[in-house]
Design a protein around this ligand. Structure first.
Ligand SMILES: [Zn+2]
Length: 246
C-alpha cells in the first residue's frame, strides 16, 4: 500500500543528485526553473536526504556562517558552507560543467542561510522584511560571459531575488578582464582588480541603497572589497555580501 509520502514523491527527483526521492526531506523548495537565464515557475524542487547529509546541513541550519576578512572591516560576509566536499563539487558542476539548474537549490540554500543570519526562521520574525533594497550580483566580464554562456552569480542572485522578494539590480559592470586571482599575492589581487569594476551608469540613480552583493565563492574578499568601494562612492550604504561558500 502506498503511503502519502510515496504519492507526494512519485516521479520527484533531488535537485542536486537527480536521484528519485526516497526518504522524507527536511527542506521543501517552492517551484522555479531556468531556461535561457530566465526563471520559470515549474515543478517543485527538493533536496534528498543523502544530499542534505553530505552538505552537513544540520550544522548549516543551526550555525551562522560569517567571516571577518582583513580587507573588509565593515562588510558582513555570510556564506552557506566551506568550499570543500560536496558543496565544492556542486559549485564546480554549476560553473564548469554548466549545470545551470543547480543555481536554484544553491540559491535557495543561500536564502535559508540569510534568513537564519537575520533570525527569521521563527514564525514570529518571518514576515519582517530584510534590510536590503537591492540584490547585486558580482559581474562577469563580457568575454568570460561569452565563454561560459552565463554568470553563475547572476543566476544565484535571480533565485534570491525571487525567493526574498528583493529586486535584482545589475548596479556594477566589470570593465576589465582579470587574470585568475588565486595565484596572486594580496597586493597583486588588489592591483589586478583596481578599476575592474565601474558603476552601471544606467542604474546610477539608485544610490543610497542597502545592498546585498551575491557571489558564488569568497576567498580573500578582494573582489567584494573593490565592488564595495564602487558602491560606496555612489552613496550606497549598509553593504552585505552573501556567497555559497568560503
Ligand atoms: Zn540528492
Amino acid at each position: 500500500m502506498k503511503t502519502i509520502w510515496d504519492r507526494l514523491t512519485k516521479g520527484k527527483t533531488c535537485s542536486l543528485c537527480y536521484e528519485n526521492l526516497q526518504k522524507i526531506n527536511k527542506i521543501f523548495y517552492p517551484p522555479y526553473s531556468y531556461q535561457d537565464n530566465n526563471l520559470y515557475l515549474t515543478d517543485i524542487h527538493y533536496i534528498c536526504y543523502e544530499c542534505l547529509q553530505k552538505l552537513d546541513t544540520l550544522s548549516f541550519l543551526t550555525n551562522k556562517f560569517t567571516h571577518n576578512f582583513d580587507n573588509l572591516p565593515q562588510v558582513p560576509v555570510i556564506y552557506t558552507g566551506s568550499y570543500k566536499g560536496y558543496l565544492k563539487d556542486l559549485i564546480i558542476r554549476l560553473k564548469y560543467f554548466k549545470e545551470r539548474e543547480l543555481a536554484i537549490p544553491l540559491g535557495k540554500l543561500m536564502a535559508v542561510t540569510l534568513m537564519k543570519y537575520h533570525e527569521k526562521s521563527s514564525l514570529k520574525n518571518i514576515f519582517l522584511s530584510l534590510p536590503y533594497d537591492y540584490i547585486v550580483p558580482v559581474p562577469l566580464h563580457k568575454e568570460r560571459l561569452l565563454d561560459r554562456g552565463f554568470n553563475q552569480s547572476f543566476l544565484l542572485a535571480k533565485v534570491l531575488s525571487k525567493e526574498l522578494d528583493i529586486p535584482l539590480l545589475e548596479l556594477v559592470n566589470r570593465s576589465k578582464e582579470t587574470s585568475p586571482l588565486k595565484d596572486l599575492s594580496k597586493e597583486g589581487r588588489q592591483n589586478e582588480l583596481s578599476l575592474a569594476f565601474t558603476l552601471n551608469s544606467k542604474k546610477e540613480n539608485n544610490s543610497k541603497s542597502r545592498i546585498l552583493i551575491i557571489d558564488d565563492i569568497i576567498t580573500t574578499g578582494s573582489t567584494i572589497l573593490e565592488i564595495t568601494k564602487v558602491l560606496e562612492k555612489s552613496g550606497c550604504k549598509n553593504i552585505t555580501a552573501l556567497t555559497v561558500s568560503h
